[in-house]
Design a protein around this ligand. Structure first.
Ligand SMILES: [Mg+2]
Length: 128
């Protein structure tokens, strides 16, 4: 089944890099959506069927952690898998994100890291 993905990052270049990496993973990608901050991300979740959210932490208007908190509080979005992709180095924050059920990928990343994380999150068997 094709996976619909929402990419939330304030950098359009980073969103394009994430999307390109996703397309290299061999995963069956359905529709993709993009948002420039957490607020826009929540609006995209309201308007579309999304299977996985990939979210940056540091963004204007609403950061990634706030967006994740809103998602987890809303029954409609509480169970959607979340992958955080960030340069964030704060152990305390990473621990909090883990407790909220988010996987974490450090920037810079490789397409393989994205593929492996997505497969683990979505319980997809790898072919290697
Ligand atoms: Mg950012």
């Amino acid at each position: 089944m094709a996976i619909n993905i929402l990419i939330v990052d304030d950098s359009t270049v980073m969103r394009a890099m994430i999307l390109k990496s996703l397309r290299m993973t061999g995963l069956e990608i359905g529709e993709t959506f993009q948002a420039g901050n957490g607020q826009e991300g929540l609006e995209a979740l309201d308007d579309n069927w999304i299977d996985v959210v990939i979210v940056d932490i540091n963004m204007p208007v609403m950061n990634g952690e706030e967006m994740i908190d809103h998602m987890r509080e809303n029954p409609a979005t509480a169970d959607i898998p979340i992958v955080v992709i960030s340069t964030e180095g704060s152990e305390a924050r990473l621990e909090r994100l883990k407790e909220k059920g988010a996987a974490f990928i450090h920037k810079p990343f490789t397409p393989e890291t994205i593929r492996d994380t997505m497969q683990t999150m979505l319980h997809i068997e790898g072919d290697d």
